[in-house]
Design a protein around this ligand. Structure first.
Ligand code: NCD
Length: 319
């Protein structure tokens, strides 16, 4: 694997290998001393041109726990604010001897473009409304652990044909239009073999969504009753110009995971949200903090999965 740009680029064997190594990395998280020598001498630059809490921090932790030298560059503090182009910034940092760039950028396609300019490996940490592949991987990791424990088993490494997603239904609900998380999840879950139901008001459906190979509906209640995982997405107000729904109250009424809907979840079903959450809008506090909420498991998974991704890109012998 040279870059990780899209969840659609990963084969079933690659996904399984990333999730299995993440399972090993997960054990490190529970130790008092969280350090492996794996990436000693390797340099990872996190370049975040958009705000982030969990993605940026977890990539930094992932690199540090594997002994890589990690450096953070943001749009504001770098020469891009002096008018330097993204290409010149990338070529400059690449020329210093960087081994891997982890990039978040507000423009869809910018990360793939950057990958074409540099010698280093590139990981897409979110590009505009396009993709966020490590989020879909960490979601899959948290779900896989949930399915396994619901069946009474221990978490363990799995075979490509035995990840536990076959026959499972995942509802992804909310602001699909602005969500890179949904795009990466649809691509990843297609390879993993689950059924995905997309739920949104017609104004928040992306153009061409009917070609994504998913069931698409605006009936949240029907989808809820059919789903093993209900993944709520944040209403991305910062990407909205104009009104996409009449009032916040109406949105919550029709598309929010309210306490009433929480009570109607299938037995054994679990709740996901990539964060950050708008509590009281797309998700109630009762649902966010429920026993069957995987939201903090997703955060924990973020570090293990990103360790595994960096290991897959950088851990082998240098190319
Ligand atoms: C998401 C993102 O930035 O795409 N958050 C995250 O990475 N955990 C989703 C969001 O911003 O709503």
């Amino acid at each position: 694997m040279r870059h990780l740009l899209s969840a659609g680029d990963l084969s079933l064997a690659e996904i399984t290998s990333i999730l299995n190594i993440a399972e090993e990395m997960h054990t490190i998280q529970g130790r008092p001393i969280k350090k492996l020598p794996t990436l000693r001498g390797r340099t990872v630059i996190n370049m975040f041109f958009e705000d982030s809490t969990r993605t940026r921090t977890s990539f930094e932790m992932a690199g540090k726990w594997m002994s890589a030298d990690t450096i953070n560059v943001t749009g504001k503090g770098s020469s891009t604010s002096k008018g330097e182009s993204l290409r010149d910034t990338m070529l400059t940092l690449d020329a210093m001897g960087t081994d891997c760039f982890v990039i978040r950028h507000g423009s869809s396609g910018a990360v793939a473009q950057a990958a074409g300019w540099v010698k280093a490996h590139v990981v897409n940490a979110g590009d505009g409304t396009h993709e966020h592949p490590t989020q879909a991987l960490l979601d899959a990791f948290a779900m896989r652990r949930h399915f396994r424990s619901a069946e009474g088993g221990q978490s363990r490494t799995m075979e490509p044909g035995d990840n536990g997603f076959e026959g499972k239904t995942i509802a992804i609900v909310g602001d699909l239009l602005h969500s890179r998380v949904v795009r990466s999840n649809v691509l990843l879950q297609r390879t993993l073999g689950s059924k995905v139901i997309l739920v949104a008001p017609p104004t928040l459906l992306p153009t061409g969504v009917e070609q994504w190979g998913c069931e698409v509906t605006s009936d949240f209640d029907a989808a809820l009753e059919a789903s093993d995982i209900v993944m709520m997405l944040r209403v991305q107000r910062e990407r909205m110009q104009g009104g996409f729904f009449p009032t916040a109250r109406e949105y919550t009424e029709l598309y929010g995971l309210t306490p009433e809907r929480l009570a109607r979840l299938r037995p054994g079903a679990a709740i996901c949200h990539p964060g950050p959450m708008n509590r009281g809008l797309e998700i109630s506090s009762e649902a966010a903090d429920a026993a069957n909420s995987l939201i903090l498991d997703q955060v924990t998974a973020g570090v293990s999965v990103r360790m595994s991704v960096l290991y897959h890109l950088l851990g082998g012998s240098p190319e």
